[in-house]
Design a protein around this ligand. Structure first.
Ligand code: 6R9
Length: 673
């Protein structure tokens, strides 16, 4: 296997300029100066972000751009008031986009010719009306007030963005839980947010089948009740028509709630200030308890607006498509809020990329004339296994910017993406960011009129106004071409405000590592810079996995397994996988009286599915050991387990309690690999 770092270093001087950009190349040195100029002092930094803030709508403008009096709790646009719902609907109508299509939604089912059976084109006016009706219903019938948090467990259907905008309108907040999560994961998130209302659907179409969602909510609500938390209402959107159980005094159909509410109701859009937040989104950390990243209103909006312009160069005639699920941050920011607040036409697709066949996405790109496309490397690597003709038989020539996100993109996948989807002429970059950053942090910037050359596999540059660094353990910058810890060195508008109900953990997780040096945001990733200053993110440095781009905490996987009656201990690490990037590799110690067997593996997988959901369970590799390698102080040495899986040198093992465990791990690995 080639060393991934050496593989990337080969690309440091592989400068690629798409032919249609050849007269618009930004000399790297000039771009560096441009960025440095913005970052040179506080005044120019504030001026830069203020310029973007001035382009969006505010009920009331700010008095101060950045308040850093209580680091690391930075606040942006102090005194300013705006609202995401207003930006995404009302303001678009005011700008003359009333009848412009905001969302093109395509359902998964197809006819015998492979044509979609359901396409909904939702205009900005439709979006305005539907979100107003829902807001009215939530307020008048269910008593939803400003600041209440509602949990959404929904598939990719238009009602999801309608509900998102509806709660924003009321100044309420959403906590969206990815619909691939299990009942238990959902329950934990409902309880942590204290949600009394959950919105879901009966089911969803996925790979030609109906996948039920409502039963998972039923189960989650039961868990909540057992723990003493009452969910008062479950709103159900009818989507797949599957049969579901019904709890009379709790469940209510979305359609029935809206039946008597006219299409013309309007609900006042509540102005929200810099201390208000817009939503929380739970994400995995290195302990079992998920973290609720709490996002702002004004700063978040400005960050999304600026990146929609700089990274996506969004224009009124673009057809923009991000293939993520709205349940993750990429969908929040770049299917819903970012595209809608810039008046774009954004595509939303319900189903799987390979239904009815692997050409589905390419067919859709042709069908709608997609100009901007955003997907994950894992999807690209899956498509790459097919002959190019599978995709190039469709007209992909409309694509002008095709980016990726979620995990590092290997140069081979980048080259394929550039050639096949980008027809050797699109801007292609890997935009690095996280749930916590709110919006994109690195990439190329066609929206600024010129681009620095592309390089296969790179993350490009930090966006102007944001700076990053690569540090060693002590917080000293690492030289170009060397691996280190990736940090963001200054506050930025889209950054999380805090962790919901847990400010101490916010300080500790993101600003603890280099505390003695100053307030550096620690990303948890490894990265390197190249001699030109391009960023190359190499993967997680901590106990978080990216499985097919989905963020999974190994601690959560472990505690899920330990909750099975046969399991004494479990240790989960990432094993690299050609398509998925990483898959969970789990070493299990069984309790006395239980024996390893194939049946036990299937039993544990089943358990994993019901506790963590299918994303983790379907790719998990489970193997058995009698002991786990531990330090003398009793900590599991995951580093060793990872080294075993990568066939790497074990490094320093002086703290290891007994080397028997390593030998065992090696044997156990041979069985599953
Ligand atoms: C947006 C999103 C965040 C983690 C992040 C990193 C990885 C995301 C990447 C990337 C390399 C990219 N990551 N984008 N790694 N290149 N372009 O994915 O958020 O789910 O919170 O995950 O994903 O490891 O730290 P989230």
């Amino acid at each position: 296997m080639t060393d991934p770092i050496e593989n990337l270093k080969k690309e440091f001087e592989n400068y690629i300029v798409p032919p249609s950009w050849k007269d618009r190349v930004w000399e790297i040195e000039d771009f560096r100066k441009f960025r440095e100029d913005i970052l040179k002092d506080r005044e120019s930094l504030e001026k830069w972000w203020e310029k973007w803030a001035n382009e969006i709508f505010w009920f009331k403008k700010w008095d101060k751009v950045l308040d850093d009096s209580n680091p690391p709790f930075y606040r942006w646009f102090i005194g300013g008031e705006t609202n995401l719902a207003y930006l995404c609907a009302d303001w678009q109508i005011e700008q003359g986009r009333k009848n412009k299509v905001a969302i093109i939604w395509e359902g998964e089912p197809v006819d015998e010719k492979g044509e979609p059976l359901e396409v909904r084109k939702i205009t900005y006016y439709d979006l305005y009306r539907e979100s107003n009706r829902i807001a009215y219903m939530l307020k008048e019938k269910l008593g939803v007030k400003k600041d209440e948090i509602l949990t959404f467990y929904m598939p990719m259907i238009p009602e999801l963005p309608f509900y998102m905008l509806a709660v924003q309108r009321l100044g309420a907040k959403h906590s969206i839980v990815f619909s691939g999560f299990s009942a238990e994961a959902l329950a934990i998130r409902i309880m942590d947010a204290g949600a009394r209302i959950v919105v879901t659907s009966d089911g969803v179409y996925r790979r030609g089948k109906v996948v039920p969602l409502k039963p998972i909510v039923d189960e989650a609500v039961k868990i909540c009740e057992r723990e003493g938390h009452k969910v008062e209402k479950v709103i159900v959107v009818k989507r797949a028509g599957n049969e579901i159980s019904w709890y009379e005094d709790r469940d209510v159909w979305h359609d029935e709630l809206l039946e008597d509410i006219s299409g013309n109701v309007e609900v006042e859009c509540v102005p929200l200030g810099s201390e208000d937040f817009s939503f929380i989104l739970y994400t995995s950390g290195t302990t079992g308890r998920p973290k609720g990243a709490q996002h702002s209103v004004g700063g978040y909006a400005v960050h999304l607006y600026a990146t929609m312009k700089m990274i996506w160069d969004i224009q009124d005639d673009d057809i923009y498509w991000c293939t993520a699920d709205i349940g993750w941050i990429t969908g929040h920011s770049y299917i819903v809020y970012g595209p809608l607040m810039t008046g774009a036409t954004s595509i939303m697709y319900e189903g799987a990329p390979n239904y009815p066949d692997i050409g589905r996405w390419a067919a859709m790109i042709e069908r709608y004339g997609v100009t901007i496309f955003y997907t994950a490397p894992t999807a690209i690597r899956m498509l790459m296994r097919e002959p190019e003709e599978t995709f190039t038989k469709y007209d992909l020539s409309t694509l002008r910017i095709v980016n990726s996100v979620g995990e590092p993109i290997n140069p081979e996948a980048w080259n394929w993406y550039y050639k096949v989807f980008g027809h050797n002429d699109a801007v292609v970059t890997s935009t690095w960011w996280m749930t916590e950053t709110g919006g994109i942090i690195t990439g190329h910037f066609p929206g600024l009129g010129k681009i620095t050359p592309l390089k296969p596999g790179t993350n490009g540059f930090p966006i102007p106004g944001i700076n990053v660094a690569v540090f060693d353990d002590d917080g000293n910058p690492v030289e170009p071409g060397k691996r280190g810890y990736y940090v963001i060195t200054n506050p930025w508008p889209g950054m999380l405000m805090t962790l919901f109900k847990d400010p101490e953990r916010y300080i500790d997780v993101y600003f603890g590592k280099y505390k003695s040096k100053g307030w550096y945001y620690y990303t948890g990733d490894f990265a390197m810079l190249d001699p030109d200053g391009y960023v190359w993110v190499l993967g997680r440095a901590d106990d978080i996995l990216k499985v097919a781009g989905h963020r999974i905490g190994t601690a959560e996987v472990e505690s899920a397994l330990v909750s099975h009656s046969a399991v004494a201990e479990a240790a989960c690490v990432g094993k690299s996988d050609e398509i998925k990037g990483e898959v969970p590799l789990i070493y299990v110690v069984l309790k006395k009286g239980y024996e390893p067997s194939d049946e036990m593996v299937s039993e544990l997988k089943k358990h994993l599915r019901s506790t963590m959901g299918p994303v983790v369970a379907s790719d998990a590799l489970i193997t058995f050991v009698d002991t786990l390698p531990k330090t003398r102080s009793g900590k599991i040495m995951r580093r060793l387990l990872r080294a075993v899986a990568e066939g790497k040198d074990l490094g320093d093992i002086t703290t290891l309690e007994s080397d028997v465990a390593v030998e065992e791990a090696k044997k156990a690995y041979e069985i599953v690999k």
